[in-house]
Design a protein around this ligand. Sequence first.
Ligand SMILES: Cc1cc2nc3c(=O)[nH]c(=O)nc-3n(C[C@H](O)[C@H](O)[C@H](O)COP(=O)(O)OP(=O)(O)OC[C@H]3O[C@@H](n4cnc5c(N)ncnc54)[C@H](O)[C@@H]3O)c2cc1C
Ligand SMILES: *[C@@H]1O[C@H](CO)[C@@H](O)[C@H](O)[C@H]1NC(C)=O
Ligand SMILES: *[C@@H]1O[C@H](CO)[C@@H](O)[C@H](O)[C@H]1NC(C)=O
Length: 436
Amino acid sequence: MVPTKLRVAVIGAGAAGLCAARHILASSETFAPPVVFESSDRLGGTWIYTEEKEDATGRIIHSSMYRDLRTNLPKESMAFPDFPFDPSLPSFLHHSDVLAYLDSYAEQSGVCDHIRFQWQVEEVRPIQRDSGSLDAWEITATVQHPESTQQVTEHFDAIMVCTGHYTVPFIPPIPGLDTFQGRLLHSHSYRYPEPFANQSVVLVGAGPSGVDLALQLSNVAAQVVLSHKRQHVCGLPKDVIQVPPLLKVEQKTVVFTDGSKMPADVLILCTGYKYSFPFLDLAQLGLQETDYGVGPLYQHLLPPQHPSLFLIGLCQQICPFPHFYCQVLFALAVLSGRCALPSVTDMEAEVQRQLGLHLKNGGLARYFLKMREQQWSYMEDLAHLAGFPPVPPTVQQIYEDTHASRLCNVSTYRSRNYRLLGPSAWELVQDGVRIA
Ligand SMILES: Cc1cc2nc3c(=O)[nH]c(=O)nc-3n(C[C@H](O)[C@H](O)[C@H](O)COP(=O)(O)OP(=O)(O)OC[C@H]3O[C@@H](n4cnc5c(N)ncnc54)[C@H](O)[C@@H]3O)c2cc1C
Ligand SMILES: *[C@@H]1O[C@H](CO)[C@@H](O)[C@H](O)[C@H]1NC(C)=O
Ligand SMILES: *[C@@H]1O[C@H](CO)[C@@H](O)[C@H](O)[C@H]1NC(C)=O
């Protein structure tokens, strides 16, 4: 009997989904062409900027992109290892350059014809097969036609979930938040600074969004206050005041944990996002919601009880595109049988062991998926297990240079420009001339 090719469904046509589709298509000896389900009418996910905050049907807009965003990673660390950015671009890009990059990545991979736009996946269910073979899957999706919608159910051998996790705002429990009489929003809904002209703005949280919004608003707003629990952020404009975390809100006044208070016209919660998989029945997959998101996931990637479903890109504080690339190649090696997984119990025990190690090293459970320095050995392990070449050392070297220069001065690190000289050689340049 001729073995039939594996049919893989990819959910989402953002960077992760495009990467999955590209490599499925490139392994045509094992895989049928991918079927990519994309609920919107365009590829790019996070990198699609729109002024709207909800669509015509009142659904939340997927992307949290704002008009003036420049990347917080240089293109040399951002790129997929097999697809460099245009060398004539500066290292830190406007978001529109990243979308153009993803467009040409998709086009040159030949995946565009395999994307079904305006197909929203509603449900993914495992179908048990004979013992010894991996589960099959049933997907139910809603197809949006101009005049009508229709539900369709189809079968696949494997699923790559590539739906991102920067859409659903996480709102921390802040006493009195519902009494706030000014304008309240989450950074998900921030688009540009003009509406905040001459307003007194309090930003909650000093992650990438909080710091970036402080930079964007400082020229425009009457006052910008950054309330956070981290170390002092270096290099913010002098008119940005840093204060301790928020204790409570009383009508127009915000109160901080040191007892100080101030009036605010606007409160912007830069408090991060929640994982959301409305189309998965987690319990059915042997998963549950955890302090850190969902688990247990072997290699932060697959449910041990259903190892033909992969959740790409859940980790945080990573180089997203290289990380997706490694996860996708590992997943395809598993599906094609080139990389054997441990038993279900061993995979579950391994996740417990890693979580235990993380806690023992002083990590909080909720930060289990924040990788930062662990991302390098993680990608190396996947490359080793699946037998593909590891990502070039410059990805890490330039990431770390950027990290250090951002710690020194958040206002200036984006003016650095890197030039690649080889897989482990690079230099800093200014106006095309080497400076370090
Ligand atoms: C404000 C902001 C700034 C960032 N800056 C950087 C940066 O400078 N550098 C960097 O490398 N990374 C950055 N990131 C991280 C960024 O999220 C990743 O680079 C990457 O774009 C994530 O890709 P993804 O494919 O995982 O998810 P997304 O890009 O979110 O794509 C998910 C796709 O899935 C679709 N989808 C969702 N649900 C369904 C469904 N049920 N059915 C069908 N389709 C569905 C969505 O419509 C979307 O197209 C930033 C993120 C944010 C939010
Ligand atoms: C903000 O205040 C300045 C100075 O008072 C004024 O010139 C400007 O017009 C104001 N802008 C808006 C949008 O109200
Ligand atoms: C950050 O850089 C800006 C612009 O060069 C400079 O004015 C500021 O003093 C720097 N801040 C720190 C903390 O180095």
